[in-house]
Design a protein around this ligand. Structure first.
Ligand code: BEZ
Length: 364
């Protein structure tokens, strides 16, 4: 009879019955790939079905990062450059992310039948509770661009207790006046919908430079198989109501807000006006020459830190990597008491942030 030997088996993780370590590793890898690719879901709402993609896993006691894209785009074309940016990984790994596609904007969406009544922006905002209920998420930090920024603001006005913070990029909270309508109609006589949407997404200067990026987006929008759907979202955007923000009044955003606008962006004046109407102790204003992922990542990082969501050890490491070659701090915000300002400065050295009501400074 063969001699019996005592063998000590140490298992790091319990295996499923009959599962070899190799199979367990493969299953883990498959689960990770699935999470990294995002999981797409659809829910029915009173205004039709809406699709969204979830990346990462829910973290206890942390809000979900919840994005809403602009007209002419979907969640991927709008947010992939930011969320897949290198330095952003350290931030977003701490949060589950939910990226909504406005109805008919999801990849492979069929064209809506003729006469389909596309939801208004207010109705698109009213679809959000169905998504959060489905996922069982109670609070969010919203990140919206253009029409998406408007939708998230409307949602925050209606459900202030569920929104911990808002990053609003290129928001125009105003309804179109009759002058805007006249100009819009005139432009519509000579320009295609795709060109009008490009004029909404980019500054005239950017369009006339016709960089590779502009050509890419022109190509995406002009040849979109769901161009009819895009036009419906565009029409809803142009028919938006005024958000009616009033400083010190009842209709205002109650959470910390970071307003971001590109220098010479089509909505620069609207964002400046929006800043003047929001609570200065809760609002940061960031104007950047171009909306590059690096700048947004850094601003986002300090916005989250102001809300108490980024460990300072992580911040120190990230800050060091950004400022290794820079020297001392210099505030360039001359309006310290009025609002939090994220200032773009090539001279400023250290990166500092503070609680709402204080100046934040970002070197971009
Ligand atoms: C994310 O990791 O949240 C993400 C990945 C790809 C596209 C958009 C977002």
């Amino acid at each position: 009879m063969a001699e019996l030997q005592e063998v000590q088996i140490t298992e790091e993780k319990p295996l499923l019955p009959g599962q070899t370590p190799e199979a367990a590793k493969e299953a883990e890898l498959a689960a990770r790939i699935l999470l990294d690719q995002g999981q797409t879901h659809s829910v029915e709402t009173p205004y039709g079905s809406v699709t969204f993609t979830v990346y990462g896993t829910p973290k206890p006691k942390r809000p979900a990062i919840f994005t809403y894209h602009d007209v002419g785009l979907n969640y991927k074309s709008c947010f992939q450059p930011l969320f897949q940016f290198g330095d952003m990984q350290e931030i977003i790994q701490n949060f589950v992310r939910v990226h909504v596609d406005a109805p008919g904007m999801e990849e492979g969406a069929p064209v809506f039948p003729l006469g389909y009544q596309y939801p208004s922006l207010d109705q698109l905002a009213d679809m959000i509770p169905c998504i959060l209920q489905y996922l069982n998420f109670s609070t969010i930090i919203g990140v919206g661009v253009g029409a998406g920024a408007y939708i998230l603001s409307r949602y925050a006005l209606n459900h202030p207790d569920t929104v911990e913070g808002l990053v609003l990029i290129n928001i125009d909270p105003n309804a179109k006046g009759w002058m805007d309508w006249a100009a819009h109609k005139l432009t519509g006589l000579t320009s295609s919908v795709a060109e009008m949407i490009l004029g909404h997404l980019f500054s005239q200067e950017e369009l006339s430079r016709n960089s590779e990026l502009i050509q890419k987006y022109r190509n995406i929008i002009t040849h979109a198989p769901n161009l009819e759907n895009i036009e419906l979202y565009w029409n809803s955007y142009n028919n938006r109501r005024d958000l009616n923000f009033e400083r010190g009044g009842d209709i205002t955003l109650k959470c910390p807000v970071m307003l971001v606008v590109g220098d010479q962006a089509p909505h620069e004046d609207a964002v400046v006006e929006c800043n003047s109407k929001l609570d200065p102790t809760q609002t940061s204003f960031l104007k950047v020459s171009t909306l590059l992922p690096g700048k947004l990542t850094e601003a986002f990082k300090y916005f989250l830190q102001g809300m108490g969501y980024m460990a300072s050890s992580c911040m120190t490491r990230l800050s060091r990597s950004r400022t290794a070659s820079l020297t001392s701090a210099a505030s360039i915000d001359g309006n310290r008491s009025r609002s939090r300002t994220l200032s773009q400065s090539s001279e400023s050295g250290t990166l500092s942030s503070g609680p709402p009501g204080h100046t934040m400074e970002v070197s971009c």
